[in-house]
Design a protein around this ligand. Structure first.
Ligand code: AOF
Ligand code: ZN
Length: 355
């Protein structure tokens, strides 16, 4: 199962909004075939593993990270292939919460005399597909809030400069994440201040779809994101009704999402529904502080990644990662759990889930 998980990871950046799935076929103690879900819409892991078998899989055990499907989607049911190939035992990591499957895959296999063992390395298999499990249940993107800060909690110097806070190893990890996640979202203030591109600078990587939260449509037409919108899908989420302005962005290749207003900002929950409908299953939220606070407050954040570099900027006016109005009492704090610590050279990365 560990090998099947490793194989599944190879599909990162290629399969959204479908799951990462790996499969290994073992006969008489020998691996006779393996495979993974390589690309969205193409063959599932189980069929790829069966096709790769070096000898007949009859009587073999199939290890698969996700319950085999039993529906005809873009491909025929994997349960059929497993039955036809006379696999005698199937070991499943996690059950498939897809309502089209949801335990029925396992049931069909058992009804056909196949022994099925479930929940093997389940925790790891659930984590592997945290995005898929969230998206299939909620139909909204899984949101990762990510920022890099100094030891004194600054994301820029007092003059607004932020290149760079973390070192090269940590920055490379960020581009791995950009390859994995389908979308990346920032507030308009970040676009005005940093003029970022938000692309994936990793060899063979995929650029995430870019989303700018821009309540009053203040994005400069000269921004690099706008200039590259024909090449990389770009959404401007706004409350503005200014048709003339909207037209200008559309001509540049941006897609406008008109969203209702909630207080002084656009309604993030509504935006998540709209992005979910566009099949965007995952988003990296890269700030700035105003949007980060709104995102926490509106409850759209699922996971947190905080990169910390061993340096300090100081400065009372230097920006910190979460701003907005904040909360009044510590008892109202946004809470996080399930801590993980990752090391990237001299930097560290803390990961938590929103509680
Ligand atoms: C995958 N890859 O390896 C497995 C999946 O639209 P389809 O036909 O590609 O089916 C997608 C569903 O199939 C998916 O939501 C999940 O429930 C199930 N299993 N999907 O893309 C795979 N095993
Ligand atoms: Zn399948």
């Amino acid at each position: 199962m560990g090998m099947a998980i490793d194989l599944a990871q190879k599909g990162k950046g290629q399969v959204n909004p479908n799951p990462l799935v790996g499969a290994v076929i073992v006969k008489d103690g020998t691996i006779i075939g393996s495979g993974y879900h390589e690309k969205y819409g193409e063959l599932h892991a189980e069929r790829n593993a069966l096709a790769a078998c070096t000898q007949t899989p009859a009587g073999a055990t199939l290890y698969v990270t996700l319950e085999p499907c039993c529906h005809t989607g873009k491909t025929p049911p994997c349960t059929e292939a497993i039955i036809e190939n006379k696999i005698s035992r199937v070991v499943v990591g996690a059950k498939d919460p897809n309502p089209l499957v949801g335990g029925k895959g396992i049931e069909i296999l058992r009804n056909n005399g196949i022994e099925v063992i479930t929940g093997v390395m389940e925790k790891e298999c659930l984590e592997l597909n945290e995005v898929f499990f969230h998206f299939i249940k909620n139909k909204t993107p899984f949101v990762l809030m990510k920022y890099a800060m100094t030891l004194d909690g600054k994301i820029a110097t007092y003059s607004g400069k932020s290149k760079w806070i973390t070192g090269e190893v940590a920055r490379a990890a960020v581009h791995e994440t950009r390859n994995e996640y389908r979308g990346i979202m920032v507030g308009v203030q970040t676009v005005i201040q940093d003029d970022p591109l938000l692309t994936c600078r990793r060899e063979g990587g995929r650029d995430p779809v870019r989303i700018i939260c821009d309540t009053h449509l203040r994005t400069p037409l000269s921004a690099r994101i706008v200039a590259s919108a024909r090449r990389i899908p770009t959404y401007l989420a706004t409350c503005s009704q200014d048709e003339k302005k909207i037209k200008r962005f559309e001509i540049m290749g941006c897609r406008i999402l008109q969203i209702s207003k909630e207080g002084n900002h656009l309604c993030l929950k509504e935006l998540m529904d709209r992005l979910g409908a566009e099949k965007i299953d995952s988003i990296i939220l890269e700030g700035g502080g105003t949007l980060n606070f709104s995102a926490l407050k509106s409850g759209i954040v699922n996971k947190l990644q905080v990169y910390i570099a061993p340096k300090m900027f100081g400065g009372a006016t230097a920006k910190s990662p979460v701003e907005g109005v904040g909360i009044e009492a510590p008892s109202q704090a946004f809470q996080f759990s399930d801590r993980k610590i990752k090391i990237f050279g001299d930097d560290i990365c803390l990961e938590y889930y929103r509680r």
